[in-house]
Design a protein around this ligand. Sequence first.
Ligand SMILES: C[S@@+](CC[C@H](N)C(=O)[O-])C[C@H]1O[C@@H](n2cnc3c(N)ncnc32)[C@H](O)[C@@H]1O
Length: 274
Amino acid sequence: MESLHQSIENHYLKEGLYEDIMNRLKEQNIALTNVKRSDIAGVDEFHVRGAAVSKELANSIDLNRLNVLDVGCGLGGPCRMLADEYNCQTTGIDLSTEYIRTAKKLSELVNLDNKTTFIQGDAAKLPFKDNTFDVVWTQHVQMNIPNKKQFYSEINRVLKTGGHFLFYDILKKGVEEVSYPMPWASKADFSFLFTIEEMNGYLTELGLTKKQTTDQTQAGIDFFDALVARLKEFGPPKIGLNVLMGDTTKPKLMNLLTHLKSKKLELKSGVYKK
Ligand SMILES: C[S@@+](CC[C@H](N)C(=O)[O-])C[C@H]1O[C@@H](n2cnc3c(N)ncnc32)[C@H](O)[C@@H]1O
């Protein structure tokens, strides 16, 4: 039987992802010698509200020149943004070998490979020494992690005392079942949703102090409503999350939107201090 990690990797797998992105850039007449971060922003931030919400999260503390770990970094867009705009030295770790290969090549493409490092590995077993990072950052990853206690313990372990944990996540609200496919899981077998109260419980137990949480649900709904209207008028973008989700983009996004509207799921961001 397929292991949990294998199922998750297969769920996200898109072979030849970097090459596909390059072809799409060429089709838009973008010179591959002069690609900007903004040219790939539609695909390299795999969460609701993309680059805009990452900027909000980044501005919630003073990140300038800090050493940041992105847990479940995907294609590395947030790492590149933090490196480029805040002079951070960033490290991203992700389970997906193909995403890590793509993240490294995209950083080379936009000349940020000297400030970004990408490692394939498990978020729940971080290959870093205790007290390594000033900031640990994670967006839309914990839904794939069954052992939440281990996930947050590892984050806390590698975070320096006085450092900040920043998150932006999809959380369960209430006890009702959700329908699949969702962007993070095509079926319930590898989806492990929990509530903001449970998250706060794990983080507080570890000794972290809550600085702020922000409800991002309405902003997410507004974003999706605008996206659906754009898709109806113009069709799928050349460089968008459809590159990652292919034919299943529509049912996944519509399920997520429906569940946000019906209050079965919510979006939250927040800051904790060690
Ligand atoms: C929805 S994507 C979000 C990617 C990225 N955080 C972003 O916002 O652009 C979820 C990511 O979590 C990663 N992931 C899931 N389980 C993981 C694990 N156990 N360890 C590391 N990464 C994991 C997936 O491979 C995928 O890249």
